[in-house]
Design a binder for this molecule. Sequence first.
Ligand code: ZN
Ligand code: ZN
Length: 355
Amino acid sequence: MIKKLLLGALALVATGATVAYVQRETITLAVVEKVANKRMQNPFATLADCLHIGLCGTGSPFPDPDRAAPCTLVIAGQDMFLFDAGSAAAKQIALMGFSTGQLKGVFITHFHSDHIDGLGEVLMTRWAQHTEGQKLTVHGPSGISKVMNGLETAYQQDSAYRTAHHGAATMPPELAGAQTHEFEVRKGNYTTVLQQPGLQIEAFAVNHQPINPAVGYRITYKGRTVVLSGDTTSDQQVKNAARNADLLLHEALSPELVARLQETAIDNNRSKLAKIFADIPNYHATPLDVAVLAQEAQVGYVVLHHIVPPLPLAPLREIFLGKAPEIFQGPLRIGEDGDFISLPAGSKEVIFDRR
Ligand SMILES: [Zn+2]
Ligand SMILES: [Zn+2]
């Protein structure tokens, strides 16, 4: 009896597997349709009223399969903004289930290539997917106009092709590219870059010498505050801006690990690379620096990004962090591409998720 039942069950499984194999294309196409359908739904429909931070790129100029170049989404209620647009930013945003078409603004911290080399693609895809008739604004410190003028020249021909191919109703030439908002920052002061009901975005000067200007941003939405350090050493301005902030997203570099790479470069006669490795620690912050600063500023939560160098093996994470988790008394973590952090309006909660 049991033998018969077992044989019957086995036959059923075998028949099921055969049907699935024969129908594999139909099944695969149904799955693709389901995934595409989910991707194209309005992501804001299911988002609670929060200040959300999406880590679309937690890497640096180093090639790193796990971390894209600098890219941070900030969603205040229903308004989505992008902070820095490193290479692949547009694709990373899409992979997190958002559309560049819904971007209300882009904010640039400084003009190192890793922070702007995905900007052209962000502008092009934003134009292609945007449906509300608003031209995008790119905000940046003095010098942003020069960058934007260059991008406009670079993409002029492609913009014309797109309008010619899809028609002016779909690709209106007057909405191509972006309008530029260039602002000034003075050391010790805050520059209000954007203000609308419930939301304030301020810029402040940071120390990324000899890169000048270089700014960080403080974003306040319905009582919740996030500070983005930009590229900087441990700096008093960041500390002041981050005082009592709910979340500090700070860049970090491990001098110990970079020194190892420098030695390896010397061993391989890569003297130019060795010189660059010798130079970079002096304009970035270490995880320990960030922990000290965040503890003194009484920050609620610390997330590290712009991770230098890549950390392909799990134990490297501990080496990278060093004593930082002992110094900072609150939660501190290394940000990962796809992390999605929500600060619900009018509460003290910090919710971590993945997208
Ligand atoms: Zn950088
Ligand atoms: Zn930089």
